[in-house]
Design a binder for this molecule. Structure first.
Ligand SMILES: C=C(O[C@@H]1C=C(C(=O)O)C=C[C@H]1O)C(=O)O
Length: 105
């Protein structure tokens, strides 16, 4: 085997090792998101039953501030963290509105 081939094989096995870790992290994210949505569904039912609005902008502002700080200390782009949270919350609110509508609110 020549040097170029050996270097390429080493790079390929490093790539596969890194991808195994990425796959594990993606799986963890899916489980974490599923767990989060289970809890937000419960919040949605609680709100619908008790005539509370689906969205809570004050709570969201506190979450954004907290997650931006966490992102900064974790060396993750705070703007990305905020966009990611906003994406999730938008979906949660959509679910809450659907729950409220199904309960005739
Ligand atoms: C889950 C809630 O409902 C909405 C969704 C939120 C979330 O996904 O974190 C936060 C605030 C609300 O706009 C809540 O009020 O706690």
């Amino acid at each position: 085997m020549n040097t170029t081939q050996a270097t390429q094989d080493a790079a390929q096995s490093k790539l596969e090792e890194l991808r195994r870790s990425i796959d594990n992290i993606d799986a963890a994210l899916i489980y974490m998101l599923a767990e989060r949505f289970r809890h937000t569904q419960a919040v949605g039912k609680l709100k619908a039953t008790n005539h509370m609005p689906p969205a809570d902008p004050a709570r969201e502002a506190r979450q954004v501030a907290r997650l931006r700080q966490l992102a900064q200390s974790a060396q993750l782009d705070p703007d990305f963290a905020e966009k990611f949270l906003a994406f999730i919350i938008r979906e949660v609110i959509r679910h809450h509105e659907a729950i409220a509508a199904s309960e005739g609110r």
